[in-house]
Ligand binder design. Structure first.
Ligand code: GUN
Length: 278
């Protein structure tokens, strides 16, 4: 029986700490603000954005929501980003991904003022992550580290295997684990003998985007299993990348979906917004 790592409880702790700091800023007449930009009608993105608004209210931030139509041009979005870059009431800017196909994501992410880049997607902030002199922490990977820390799970000296090499999760996850003294392997769609690699993990992080991808034969008994996936299965039910029912009995600790990494990503976003305001 694995210990279930409860992301909702840990995220609530992080947000409570943020709230306390934000209250001090409010008392000085400096309420921080987060601008969230949503382009188009992606249903999952709409849910994420409305959750972020709730988090802002909970932490005491002002939130500014910009919902733009699906046919918005790159030039129009760049103009909004420029306006937000120069707006002193906006401390953090988040442009929800994915963007409609006529807009180049990289162009937009590079246009956000690095000092307001609460996602830590700007190359300047990615560089800081690589070096380890963090300004903004990447939200999902930092959320995973916080879960391990608050659960008393040591990273230093452990073999950590990350499945997935995305810029949002896989690559920065590997960097944070490395920074904390883990021995890190990054696996991806071209990896040969994947199960052989994942079975060596003391800490296994799945960021694949495929329901039930990590099966019990891929997990070493006693491993810590972190599930970053948010998928819908054939019945439309929210589920992670890990075959939870069969992996949970052999893991020493595991994160559920929902209620695992998801709330942590949002909590770190709040912490980054506080960092931006300071
Ligand atoms: N879409 C999925 N995850 C994220 C995220 O962490 N930040 C942004 N901006 N968009 C996303």
């Amino acid at each position: 029986m694995a210990k279930i790592i409860d992301g909702k409880v840990i995220a609530a702790n992080v947000k409570k700490q943020v709230r306390e700091e934000v209250e001090k800023l409010i008392a000085e007449g400096k309420q921080p603000g987060l601008a969230v930009v949503l382009v188009g009608n992606n249903p999952a993105s709409r849910v994420y954005v409305s959750n972020k608004e709730k988090d802002c209210a909970e932490c005491g931030f002002k939130s500014y929501e910009y919902a733009l139509p699906e046919e918005t041009t790159e030039a129009q979005l760049l103009e909004l980003v420029d306006q937000l870059n120069h707006d002193d009431s906006v401390n953090g800017i988040l442009v929800q991904l994915p963007l409609p196909k006529q807009i180049c994501e990289q162009t937009i992410l590079h246009a956000i003022d690095p000092k307001k880049d609460v996602d830590a997607f700007h190359p300047e902030n990615v560089g800081h992550i690589m070096i380890g002199d963090f300004r903004f922490l990447p939200c999902t990977p930092a959320g995973v580290i916080e879960m391990l820390d608050q659960s008393g799970i040591e990273i230093s000296g452990k073999h950590c295997v990350v499945i997935g090499r995305s810029n949002i999760v896989g690559k920065p996850m590997a960097m944070l684990l490395l920074h904390r003294g883990g021995t890190v392997t990054v696996c991806h769609s071209k990896t040969k003998n994947l199960a052989e690699e994942t079975r060596r993990a003391d800490i296994l992080v799945a960021a694949v985007g495929k329901a039930g991808f990590v099966t019990a034969d891929m997990v070493k008994p006693g491993a810590v299993v972190i599930d970053v996936g948010i998928n819908r299965n054939a019945e439309g039910k929210l589920c992670g990348d890990v075959d939870y029912a069969n992996v949970e009995p052999i893991a020493s600790a595991i994160t559920p979906v929902p209620g695992g990494v998801g709330p942590m990503t949002r909590a770190i976003l709040m912490r980054n917004t506080l960092t931006a305001a300071k």
